[in-house]
Design a protein around this ligand. Sequence first.
Ligand SMILES: Nc1ncnc2c1ncn2[C@@H]1O[C@H](COP(=O)(O)OP(=O)(O)OP(=O)(O)O)[C@@H](O)[C@H]1O
Length: 480
Amino acid sequence: MSTLQHSMEPNVGASQLINLDSSDSHTETKIKIHSVEVETSTSPILPEFHGVMVDHEDIRVEPLLNDDGGISVTWEDLWVTVSDIKGRRKRIVQGLTGYAHPGEVLAVMGPSGCGKTTLLDALAGRLGANTRHTGDILINGRKQALAYGTSAYVTQDETLIATLTVIEAVYYSAQFQLPNSMSKSEKKEIAEITIQEMGLHDCMNTRIGGWGTKGLSGGQRRRVSICIEILTRPKLLFLDEPTSGLDSAASYYVMSRITQLEQREGRTIIAAIHQPSSEVFELFDNLCLLSLGRVVYFGPASATNEFFTSNGFIYPTLRNPSDQFLRMINTDFNEDIEHGSTGKVAKEEVINILVTSYNSSDSHQRVKRQVSDICRKGGGSLETSRSHASFFTQCLVLTKRSSVNMSRDVGYYWLRLAIYVTLAVSLGTLYYDVGTSYSSIQPRGALLMFIASFLTFMAIGGFPSFVEDMKVFEVESCSV
Ligand SMILES: Nc1ncnc2c1ncn2[C@@H]1O[C@H](COP(=O)(O)OP(=O)(O)OP(=O)(O)O)[C@@H](O)[C@H]1O
């Protein structure tokens, strides 16, 4: 047993390095705190932890209240179904219960198609029209909508304007997301700092690129998307595959910068992630492991290994743990898994064993307790509204951005301009001096008809660009 010497600030997140004074050796040890369950007569808010006697082995600090305006999200018995073309309903996620605290990263992991994105969409209120959900999704213990700018969602697919440079894309976004009370230079500074935080300073002036034009690499584009979403410093951040397309070093740097922000600003982060390296995995506070839409495990990420081992699934210690347990619960490929007591078992059986074990485990009871505690105690009051740029500024910035985009798109703008000029000269020559007599009515009518039909057909050529713009509009209108 040791004494927790360090007093924690109210807005400090759960993953903090604190000094622990070991009473017997008098040596200072740095430990990472995941969560603490301490029963005291005082409030369990973090600042009350002065001098509490806690177990050295597994100290867990779980802030139950967030008076600093942090956001706790809970979901209880969440089911999401989707209707197929025959009208039958297919279950995508089945009876999920969990929570995400301010100052913590919750990683949602599982094989492809297990329902990670669907869970994020349900929590963010972005489910599609053909999906239905039941169960409670609560923000700080209440059913409430989040104000503008308090949450952000980085989707799996990037919707960026290919012709813009990195700084332009982020700065334009800053101009219409950040409030009018900020000066242009402040907005630019925030854009530049955010770009630097995501390690993109070397390619600030590189065009994003896209179909037909090479620009940023896939991983860099991913980071630009993250930059744009974190500009408003949202309290709740959903990240769908933030590290896809990144090499392991870049994944680590991106995730560690995101977690630094989360610790500094008491942000709640829920990230669906495919295959993190061991180092990235260590950055997660809690893990929600899904398979076939069911929870296989929910709890501290650091205790996942123990959960699998206690259920008879042992994997080599020197391998990346997430690779190992994701392989065990992936039903897309047939492979029997070594099970301690019964020899080899099929993947479906592995999942059944794990789901049954989790449902009857202490971890599951702890999650339920946490959810009901959060719901009972609620949380700090949420911001009712955050200001953003006025309608007029938004129109101005979007018009400017659109003009820059079009002027850089040779096919869309300059080629058309050349065609129009050529056509105007040709038609002008053909119909030059048609006169003003009755006989000139017919050539005038023909000219008008030709111009009208030509412009209509030319407008169809702009359709692909319009579709791209609509994608950007959809993403931006969801976040603004
Ligand atoms: N709107 C929808 N209509 C039909 N099926 C859907 C819909 N949304 C999700 N699904 C199905 O639900 C399952 C889970 O999809 P989801 O995108 O949540 O998986 P995921 O775990 O995020 O996968 P990945 O890691 O490959 O992105 C998939 O089989 C998918 O086809």
